[in-house]
Design a protein around this ligand. Structure first.
Ligand code: NAD
Ligand code: IPM
Ligand code: MN
Length: 359
């Protein structure tokens, strides 16, 4: 069997800690299911600055382009906040360089997670939606941008082509899910949002089975808390998607359990938890590894067509959650390594209870 090439970007803060956890789980699942792969570690983010003088060294771009998939944990931290090219800049640039214009961030609340949600059980039960976040344009990339002492400029830009392609990704997903799309924008104020909504209406014509509704982003922030069950596929511009996905993560009980995939036209996908490098808990061995472990499962499923392995991993993750073998952010008292080892134990032992649950 051909070996899959996985580029590994451990990054900063808790990044290397949860990456170790994710790779241990990958190794265990691969041994059990006979999956062959090789890892190519590359400097990136703050680690890129320290090791190679830049948050996105040239060698990392070359390796990423040649990979079958990329695993990233998280980057950034106070140590590099004053660098002329911060770790965050490297993250934006790798997304752009690889054409990763669609970032998919799931919010699923399994019954076993309900007690950990800050929302009341009847509000949150059955929540299962994805945020489709446009990732390579909008406020993050528009020009001009400048910063001086007396004024600063950011620009929100969207082209028709950029909006059309992200809409198609979202509508196609809806057809495979529950045929419901929610378009998020600020079209009562912003020109880019007016175009966003207009193109959404046009694209919707080609998807007659899909119900479409439209929300201003401020009302959407409210609705995610008030009634999260109503959503299926949520399509948002870059900045709104960044904000709403952290909010959505919180209703599951912790952002430390949410994976994502960034995909585009070029073929190689980048898989990353949605959270950051959590400098406040870095180095203590208490970071929640579930986000990274679910990220590994997503990679196996979507880039390598190994839903059997992904399902085994998710089953084991659900089992540790049910058994309360979780980190402090989820109300538990276990460390990163203990949770990881328990997940591996469940993978090796196999459990029937959670089989066939959705990813
Ligand atoms: P953060 O997501 O790192 O942390 C927010 C809160 O969530 C913190 O209290 C943190 O302890 C907690 N948290 C996050 N992940 C956790 C996990 N796996 N287990 C337990 N708790 C977890 O956001 P922040 O503090 O605003 O940003 C910190 C740094 O990360 C900044 O430099 C920021 O730019 C960067 N960042 C990077 C990414 C990325 O690499 N994709 C994403 C967001 C933020
Ligand atoms: C994320 C992060 C990044 C973003 C930052 C670190 C550039 O918050 O991946 O959600 O805003 O996209
Ligand atoms: Mn974010």
């Amino acid at each position: 069997m051909e070996k899959k090439k996985i580029v590994v970007l451990p990054g900063d803060g808790i990044g290397p800690e949860i990456m170790t956890a994710g790779l241990k789980v990958l190794e265990a699942a691969s041994n059990k299911f006979d999956f062959k792969y090789e890892l190519d570690y590359q400097p990136f983010g703050g680690a890129g600055i320290d090791e190679a003088g830049d948050p996105l060294p040239e060698q990392t771009v070359i390796a990423a382009k040649a990979a079958d998939a990329i695993l990233l944990s998280a980057i950034g931290g106070p140590k590099w906040d004053d660098c002329p090219r911060r770790p965050e800049k490297g993250l934006l640039e790798i997304r752009s360089a690889l054409g990763l214009f669609a970032n998919i961030r799931p919010t699923t609340v399994e019954d076993i997670q309900i007690d950990r949600s800050p929302l009341k059980a009847d509000r949150v039960q059955g929540t299962d939606f994805v945020i489709v976040r446009e990732l390579t344009s909008g406020a993050y990339f528009g020009e001009p941008r400048s910063l001086a002492d007396d004024k600063a400029i950011d620009t929100i830009f969207y082209s028709r082509a950029e909006i059309e392609r992200i809409m198609k990704i979202g509508f196609d997903m809806a057809v495979k899910r529950s045929n419901h799309v929610t378009i998020v924008d600020k079209s009562n104020v912003l020109a880019t949002s007016k175009l966003w909504r207009q193109i959404a209406e046009e694209v919707a014509q080609s998807y007659p089975t899909v119900t479409v509704d439209y929300r201003y982003v401020d009302a959407m922030a409210m609705a995610i808390i008030a009634d999260p069950k109503q959503f299926d596929v949520v399509i948002t511009p870059n900045l709104f998607g960044d904000i709403l996905s952290d909010e959505a993560a919180e209703i599951t009980g912790s952002i430390g359990q949410i994976p994502s995939v960034s995909a585009g036209s070029a073929g190689v996908n980048l898989y990353e938890p949605i959270h950051g490098s959590a400098p406040d808990i870095a180095g203590q061995g208490i970071a929640n590894p579930i986000s990274m472990i679910k990220t590994v499962a997503m990679m196996l499923d979507q880039s390598f067509d190994r839903s059997d392995m992904a399902q085994a991993i998710i089953t084991a993750v659900n089992q540790v959650i049910e058994d309360q073998v979780v980190t402090a952010d989820m109300g538990g008292e276990f460390g990163t390594a203990a949770v990881t080892d328990k997940i591996i134990e469940f993978i090796n032992g196999g459990t029937a209870q959670w089989e066939q649950r959705s990813l």
